[in-house]
Design a protein around this ligand. Structure first.
Ligand code: NI
Length: 257
């Protein structure tokens, strides 16, 4: 249930003092870390789509649960999108080291549950590898919380109620990249993006993902199987609340595990 006493200001880690964080840790050992990507999202979608969406879902989950939300990690593993200008990517090894170091920082202060709300499919493999590294490095094993530390990856776009609503609204034209569901959420969050929406050639190609040159050849306008013109801001608002409700439930269970 949403906690009406919590505002976005209350749950943003970057707006707390260290004294407040120390007090928070006396009652709650969990934190939310949003991660996204800064990468092309087709000819009509914002470069920041995956970071904007992950942050919005994370802040909603934070308000509903009262759990602190760390600043968004807006760069992800987007190597295959580097054929398109504006994409800024971390190599898998860089992202792995970054998530490892952030988890370790939090664990060293007593955080035991790190709930990573992710907006980008390309981060999944690396984030899971980073969690395993964080559990097992010598630095972690020296910490008081070592045996209690747990990290969980929550991909907002893959939670069941979001997935089924996207199918219902867009069918096969949801696609795999620059999807109408994620674009709809950005239209809800940032109305100025509506001016970029226009009909695009159908159907967008589908297929495998290899390197950046190959990606641009296979998917010339950046989309994979999607029709982002179907996106509506009102869909985005519904998708946001469905994602936040499902993930708040998952986070509550995770904290009790
Ligand atoms: Ni995306």
């Amino acid at each position: 249930m949403p906690d009406p006493t919590k505002t976005t200001t209350d749950i943003r880690l970057d707006l707390q003092t260290w004294v407040e964080v120390e007090e928070y840790l006396e009652n709650c050992k969990a934190i939310i870390l949003p991660i996204g990507s800064t990468e092309q999202h087709g000819p009509t979608g914002a470069i920041g789509t995956d970071a904007l969406t992950a942050e919005a879902v994370a802040l909603q989950v934070g308000r509903r649960t009262g759990v602190l939300v760390a600043p968004t990690q807006s760069f992800g593993m987007a190597e295959h999108h580097l054929g398109f200008p504006g994409t800024m990517s971390l190599q898998p090894s860089t992202l792995l080291a970054l998530i490892h170091d952030l988890v370790l920082s939090l664990a060293s202060h007593g955080f035991e549950r790190v709930f990573v709300i992710n907006g980008h499919g390309g981060n999944i493999a690396t984030a899971k590898a980073a969690f395993m590294q964080a559990y097992t490095t010598a630095e972690t094993r020296r910490l008081a919380v070592a045996s209690k530390l747990q990290c969980k990856l929550a991909n907002w776009f893959m939670v069941a109620p979001v997935f089924s609503l996207a199918r219902e609204l867009y069918g096969d034209r949801e696609g795999q990249h620059a999807t109408p569901s994620e674009i709809a959420l950005t239209l809800h969050l940032e109305p100025s993006l509506q001016s970029k929406q226009r009909p695009l050639p159908e159907p967008a190609p589908v297929g495998p993902i290899h390197g950046p040159d190959d990606f641009r050849l296979r998917y010339p306008d950046g989309r994979m199987g999607s029709d982002p013109f179907l996106a509506k801001a009102a869909h985005g608002e519904t998708l946001l609340h469905k994602a936040a409700a499902a993930l708040s439930n998952d986070l509550t269970n995770f904290m009790q595990d």
